[in-house]
Design a protein around this ligand. Structure first.
Ligand SMILES: *Cc1c(COP(=O)(O)O)cnc(C)c1O
Length: 387
C-alpha cells in the first residue's frame, strides 16, 4: 500500500467499529476550544449577530477568495436568498440536476419559479452540460417559461463544469447559482468553491465536510455589491436599521453558537481536507479496478464530502459489505423527478443517466478519522463483495 502510514488523524484501529462519518472523534480533538468559544457566547449574550458571525464571514471570504460571505441559517436559506435577490419567481425556469438533495429543487419552488430537471454525466454525476443546452432550447421553444438561472450541484464535493456552464449562461443570459452544499473545500482551476460562480450556497449541516453543531450555511459572492441585499433578505427584508422592511425577506440568519463552533472547525479544516484526500487516493486506486468511482473534471479537486462509487450489482454489494461491518449510504436512491413533490416537473422520456446512476451508486465511509487499517478493511470488503 502507498503511504498509508500517515493516512489519517486517528488512532482507533478497531476495524469492527467503522463509522460512516465520525463526528465524535473530531469533537474529542477540538472539544476544549469549542467549549471556550461557546462560553464566550454565553458570556456576551449576543446569541444572534454576535461578533462570531462577522469573524466567521471574514474567514470564509478570505479562505475561498470570494469577495463576501454571508452566514445563513442553513444551506437551503443560502440557496433561496440569491434567487430572491435576482427576483426569480413565477413564470421563470431554473435548471437543476435531478440527481441531488431535494433542497436544490425546493429552493426553486419556494420562490415560485419552475425547476427544469437536467440529466447528469454518468462519470462525474454532475450536470450534463449538453443536456442543459437542450433543456434551455426546449424551454424557449415551448414559450411558457423564461429561462432565468441554472443551479449546478457539486455532488459529493466535486466541482461541476463551471467553465462550460458559465459560457452557456453568458450566451443565454442565465444567472449561475452554485449549490456547493457538499463542496466547501473543493477547487477548480486553482480557485476555491465559493469563487466559481457569481453566487455559491454552502451548507454546514453537521454531516457536511465543514459542519456546525446544528443547522447553518453560507452564501459566497464574487461581486461584493450583492452582499448588502443578501444580508437584508436574510434579516426579514429590512434596511440597515433592521426595523423597516424594504423588501420581502425571512429569517435566514445563522446564530452565534453555530458560528462559534464553525470557527474552531475552520482551524482544523485544511488538516482534515488533506486526510480526506489521502483516503480518497487509496479508495480510487483500489476500487477503481473493480467499480466506477466518481470522476472529477480536468482541473477539479473534490472536497470529498462523500465518497461515491458505482457497481452493477449495487444492492448485493451493499448488503455484503454491510454484513462485514462497513456502513454505507445511498445518495440518491430516487432522483428528484421521480419523487411525488417534484413529479409534475418530470421530463418526458425521463433522465437516463440519472436513473441508471441511482441504481448503481453507493457511498463508503469518508471522514478524516478513518485509520489506515479501516481504509484497508473497507477496500478488502468491497473487493470481496464485488468478486
Ligand atoms: C445538504 C444539502 C443542501 C441543504 O442544506 P441544509 O443546510 O440541510 O439546508 C442543499 N443542497 C445539497 C446538494 C445538499 O447536499
Amino acid at each position: 500500500m502507498n503511504s498509508v502510514a500517515n493516512l489519517s488523524l486517528a488512532s482507533n484501529t478497531d476495524v469492527g467499529n467503522i463509522a460512516f462519518i465520525d463526528l465524535q472523534a473530531q469533537q474529542r480533538r477540538i472539544r476544549p476550544a469549542v467549549e471556550r468559544r461557546l462560553q464566550a457566547v454565553l458570556d456576551h449574550g449576543r446569541y444572534i449577530a454576535g461578533p462570531e458571525i462577522a469573524e466567521l464571514e471574514e474567514q470564509l471570504a478570505a479562505r475561498t477568495g470570494a469577495k463576501a460571505a454571508i452566514a445563513c441559517a442553513s444551506g437551503t436559506a443560502a440557496l433561496i436568498i440569491p434567487l430572491l435577490a435576482q427576483e426569480i419567481g413565477a413564470g421563470d425556469a431554473v435548471f437543476v440536476p435531478a440527481f441531488t438533495y431535494n433542497a436544490t429543487a425546493n429552493a426553486v419552488l419556494l420562490t415560485g419559479a419552475t425547476p427544469v430537471f437536467v440529466d447528469i454525466d454518468a462519470s462525474t454525476f454532475n450536470m450534463d452540460t449538453e443536456h442543459l443546452e437542450r433543456c434551455i432550447s426546449d424551454v424557449r421553444a415551448a414559450g411558457a417559461l423564461t429561462p432565468r438561472a441554472v443551479i449546478p450541484v457539486d455532488l459529493f464535493g466535486s466541482p461541476a463544469d463551471y467553465r462550460t456552464i458559465q459560457k452557456i449562461a453568458a450566451q443565454e443570459g442565465l444567472y449561475v447559482l452554485s449549490d456547493g452544499a457538499q463542496s466547501f473545500g473543493g477547487k477548480l482551476d486553482n480557485r476555491w468553491v465559493g469563487d466559481l460562480a457569481p453566487a455559491t450556497a454552502t451548507s454546514f449541516f453537521p454531516g457536511k465536510a465543514l459542519g456546525a453543531y446544528g443547522d447553518a450555511g453560507a452564501i459566497f459572492a464574487q461581486d461584493e455589491s450583492v452582499a448588502e441585499l443578501w444580508a437584508s433578505i436574510r434579516w426579514h427584508g429590512t434596511d440597515a436599521s433592521r426595523k423597516d422592511s424594504v423588501r420581502v425577506g425571512f429569517n435566514g440568519r445563522m446564530d452565534s453558537f453555530q458560528a462559534a463552533v464553525l470557527l474552531e472547525k475552520m482551524a482544523i479544516f485544511d488538516d482534515e481536507l488533506e486526510a480526506r484526500h489521502n483516503i480518497a487516493a487509496i479508495y480510487n486506486e483500489r476500487l477503481g479496478r473493480i467499480g466506477r468511482p466518481q470522476k472529477h473534471i480536468n482541473g477539479a479537486t473534490s472536497s470529498y464530502g462523500y465518497y461515491a462509487l458505482c457497481v452493477e450489482n449495487r444492492d448485493q454489494v451493499v448488503s455484503a459489505v454491510n454484513a462485514m461491518g462497513v456502513p454505507t449510504a445511498i445518495y440518491y436512491t430516487t432522483p428528484l423527478h421521480m419523487m411525488p413533490a417534484f413529479s409534475d416537473f418530470a421530463p418526458e422520456g425521463g433522465l437516463p443517466a440519472t436513473e441508471r446512476t441511482a441504481h448503481e451508486i453507493f457511498s463508503l465511509p469518508m471522514h478524516p478519522y478513518l485509520t489506515p487499517e479501516q481504509v484497508d478493511y473497507i477496500c478488502d470488503a468491497v473487493e470481496s463483495a464485488v468478486a
